[in-house]
Ligand binder design. Structure first.
Ligand SMILES: Cc1cc2nc3c(=O)[nH]c(=O)nc-3n(C[C@H](O)[C@H](O)[C@H](O)COP(=O)(O)O)c2cc1C
Length: 185
């Protein structure tokens, strides 16, 4: 009899402990503030960012250049175009407008951009250096004409090792279920 009572009490305690830990985990997730910040020169990454913000329930924030990019600025066939000149000098930091949010208020930040010359545009460096990201979870996403996001992720990790980087997603033609799988991972 004593053995039975002991067994029941052990099972009940284990159940309570699991339930409590699960509920505090859910609370933690609910309390995590998430931001989707993106730069888009011609609208493709904007659409991806909007999908992501919807899927995550996150706040959406555009990283806007002080001086918008014209079609001529984005002509990658012209060595002298603004985008090519900026990408040629990896220390360039194109000025951005004041963000509509305070980065300090967020724990998880998705950062989106078009792939330029196999990596992220230097305006993303401006963004990363515009606030304190130390210890924050940052997750890259991108759109491209076909290149992967791999080099951009490596370059960002190398430039900002103090950030808790998570694996990025190239959002070219991804399905909602692929997005959800990635978010949950
Ligand atoms: C200057 C420049 C360089 C680019 N370099 C690449 C590249 O290396 N690989 C690639 O697949 N696409 C490249 N692209 C294409 C863009 O990544 C692609 O069109 C992207 O979806 C545009 O996003 P946006 O409309 O949000 O600006 C480049 C575009 C520009 C303007």
């Amino acid at each position: 009899m004593k053995k039975r009572i002991f067994l029941i009490l052990t099972v009940m305690t284990a159940f309570c402990l699991t339930a409590c830990s699960q509920s505090s985990k859910n609370k933690e997730n609910k309390n995590m503030k998430t931001l989707v910040a993106y730069f888009s020169a011609s609208g493709t990454t904007r659409k991806a960012a909007e999908r992501l913000a919807k899927a995550t329930g996150a706040t959406l924030c555009e990283i806007q250049p002080q001086q918008p990019y014209t079609d001529a600025d984005l002509d990658w066939t012209d060595k002298q175009s603004r985008s090519n000149v900026e990408m040629e000098n990896r220390n360039s930091r194109p000025a951005i407008k004041k963000l509509s949010v305070n980065i300090a208020d967020y724990d998880v930040i998705y950062v989106g951009f078009p792939i330029w010359w196999y990596t992220c545009p230097t305006i993303i460096n401006t963004f990363m250096e515009s606030a304190d990201f130390k210890g924050k979870t940052v997750i890259p996403f991108a759109t491209s004409g076909g290149s992967t996001i791999a080099k951009a992720c490596t370059d960002l990790k190398t430039a900002y090792p103090e950030v808790n980087w998570k694996s990025g997603l190239l959002m070219n033609g991804v399905s909602d279920s692929e997005i959800n799988k990635w978010i949950n991972r």
